[in-house]
Design a protein around this ligand. Structure first.
Ligand SMILES: [Zn+2]
Ligand SMILES: [Zn+2]
Length: 93
């Protein structure tokens, strides 16, 4: 264990011991917050809005304006009804 004087980024509590030597002192989480995060992460797998979204490359065209779409943030199930970002926003507005 590594001894130190860090602060938990989750609850703000003091961390005096870590099982590893932290390279960065910001973004550290205490055991309680780490466990909580992990539980939340496994419960909402793939739904973490802060996670980088993999983009799917392809050659589609927008069903709204006909513009070419070369990448999407998801794999389209129905390729006949894909909208570009503009049309997608308009359809929601
Ligand atoms: Zn904490
Ligand atoms: Zn469009």
């Amino acid at each position: 264990m590594y001894q130190g004087n860090w602060t938990c980024s989750g609850c703000g509590g003091a961390i005096t011991e870590l099982p590893f030597e932290p390279r960065r002192t910001d973004g550290l989480t205490c055991r309680a917050c780490f466990m909580k995060k992990r539980e939340e992460g496994s419960a909402a797998e793939g739904a973490d809005p802060s996670a980088p979204k993999p983009r799917v490359e392809g050659a589609w065209s927008c069903s709204g304006c006909g513009a070419a779409i070369t990448s999407l943030p998801f794999t389209p199930r129905d390729t006949s009804n894909i909208k570009c970002m503009d049309c997608f926003k308009k359809s929601r507005a």
